[in-house]
Design a protein around this ligand. Structure first.
Ligand SMILES: Cc1cc2nc3c(=O)[nH]c(=O)nc-3n(C[C@H](O)[C@H](O)[C@H](O)COP(=O)(O)OP(=O)(O)OC[C@H]3O[C@@H](n4cnc5c(N)ncnc54)[C@H](O)[C@@H]3O)c2cc1C
Length: 495
């Protein structure tokens, strides 16, 4: 074993994939995370992971996976990166199966389900708890390397600062959330800190524990970001206690249908408007259609997801967790009555800009998973995110291993404040929601930006609040810079 070490910040799918890959290469890893892996947002993933395994006899190929991904993302993705992703997908899923992920299967053959934006069955799943099952397998695999001294965990540790000089990462600072002890770590670092959910507290299907502070700190340190305006609204979510509960796309993949009451009768608008993919059109299209039909004069009430036609076998073998979640939280049995749904913020296609090798513009700094912007263009296809996180983590690790040197960890006496003000957080959220909705217009984006700029005077320079404000402004500036509609960025200017 040598002394080469890489710091991995974030221990969800991307972070664990990076830690495992580094270990397999004999490189040590400091695995630093705000929360333990068991609580990372990745455990929430339900519906599945895409790979052209072609076990359903449909003649699916990696080329078709590539084409669907490019088309779903409106060709904003880098072609070469998506090709790497889709070519590697079958091996990634087979490796997960080998590690013990209980993908639904028959005689050792993984069964695949339909997901949005793809004409062939391509999504491997473990009932409706795919993320939890994959995370469990990867946590186990990582423990093996912890025991071998290759992975050192720093759980409940938060990234609080980055020192960048001349476009070179010098160190990161990390604070123990309970003792407040702060340490600096030198050496190459991979940021796997997940999406920007904390900017949309209460309005997202994800966890607000992904505060977005890491992104704000990185942006303030000169790390380049891309496509921040590309925010995915998932069509089928429901408001529950301070969160949006997701009704996985798997429900529509298995036959769930969207309708609204028009002239007194159910109107299956997606099926009528998009006969080919119907309810399984990409998420940006479905969310937009829901937004538009619910504003029509001849339509009344909410949009419903009708899963009453699904047979018992599907509920039992494929969607049992989803059904019990709906019963527990909404006190309705989806097998017996339709559920009112509306779009909610779900995923961030934009993030830290990385090369195909997952390098950032700062030497020694890499990024992967939902924190990074690479594979999903203007709209992510369901099932591609876990894949992107796993492949991205692995790729970033391979790149970081090459540049890895020794890591020096030092306790520092300099206190760093990282608790953001709830008042500012809530103002930012409300203003961002006004500007960056499903349908946007230049005036509301400009108004939002102005409101955000006035907040700057209310915060201390260099505080986490001021960094969050700058980052929120960057999201709006990114949206304003894109003057044509594309994917999740849909403009409908007045007049
Ligand atoms: C409800 C739900 C269902 C989904 N279903 C699917 C699906 O079926 N298929 C699919 O492909 N995708 C799905 N997704 C998306 C997918 O789960 C995520 O995009 C993916 O798991 C992200 O993995 P990640 O490793 O990048 O981030 P995460 O799993 O979010 O991990 C982020 C890590 O960073 C840490 N962290 C954050 N900030 C800091 C900080 N400042 N300092 C230190 N550590 C920090 C966190 O503690 C965590 O360990 C779903 C998402 C949600 C919310």
């Amino acid at each position: 074993m040598d002394d080469r070490t890489v710091n991995v910040v974030g221990a969800g799918l991307a972070g664990l994939a990076a830690a495992i890959e580094l270990s397999r290469k004999g490189v040590k890893c400091n695995l630093i995370s705000f929360q333990p892996s068991e609580r990372a947002q990745s455990v929430l993933a339900e519906g599945g992971i895409n790979a052209a395994l072609d076990t359903m006899g449909e003649g699916d190929t990696t080329e078709e996976h590539f084409k669907d991904t490019m088309k779903g993302g409106c060709y904003l993705e880098t072609e070469s990166a998506v090709r790497n992703l889709t070519d590697n997908a079958p091996d990634i899923v087979k490796e997960l199966y080998r590690l013990g992920v209980p993908f639904c299967s028959e005689n050792g053959r993984i069964i695949l389900r339909n997901f949005g934006g793809q004409a062939k069955k391509r999504t491997a799943y473990a009932k409706s708890s795919t993320g939890k099952m994959i995370m469990t397998a990867l946590i186990d695999e990582t423990r093996k390397y912890e025991a071998a001294g290759l992975v050192t965990r720093y759980q409940h540790h938060e990234l609080v600062a980055m020192d960048v000089k001349n476009r070179q990462l010098v160190s990161i600072s990390v604070k123990d959330r309970f003792s407040d002890d702060t340490f600096t770590f030198t050496g190459s670092t991979i940021l796997c800190t997940g999406g920007l959910n904390g900017f949309f507290e209460g309005m997202t299907t994800g966890t607000a524990a992904n505060t977005g502070n890491a992104a704000a700190i990185a942006f303030d340190s000169g790390v380049e970001f891309a496509n921040l305006e590309m925010i995915q609204y998932h069509p089928t979510t429901v408001a529950i206690c301070n969160k949006r509960m997701l009704i996985s796309e798997a429900a529509r993949g298995e036959g769930g249908r969207l309708y609204i009451i028009r002239n007194g009768k159910p109107w299956y608008f997606m099926e009528e408007k998009y006969p080919e993919l119907g309810n399984l059109m990409p998420r940006d299209v479905v969310s937009r259609e829901m937004y538009l039909v619910s504003r029509r004069d001849d339509c009344e009430g909410e949009v419903f997801l009708d899963m009453t036609g699904l047979d018992d076998n599907i509920w039992k073998n494929k969607l049992s967790d989803l059904r019990s979640e709906i019963i527990s939280y909404l006190h309705k049995d989806p097998a017996k009555e339709p559920v009112a749904v509306s779009p909610g913020i779900h995923f961030f296609m934009g993030g830290i800009k990385v090369t195909d090798e997952h390098e950032t513009n700062i030497r020694g700094l890499y990024a992967a998973g939902e924190a990074a912007c690479k594979y999903h263009g203007a709209n992510r296809l369901g099932g591609n995110s876990m894949l992107g996180a796993l492949f991205g983590g692995k790729t970033a690790a391979a790149s970081a291993a090459v540049s890895a040197g020794q890591c020096i960890v030092k306790k520092t006496e300099t206190p760093v404040g990282t608790v953001s003000s709830p008042e500012i957080r809530h103002i930012l959220r409300d203003v961002l929601l006004e500007g960056l909705g499903i349908v946007r217009n230049t005036k509301s984006m400009n108004d939002s930006l102005q409101k955000i700029n006035t907040l700057c005077d209310k915060t201390e320079k260099n505080s986490i609040d001021s960094k969050r404000i700058k980052f929120a402004a960057a999201m709006l500036n990114s949206a304003l810079a894109r003057t044509q509609s594309l994917g999740a960025h849909f403009l409908m200017n007045d007049g």
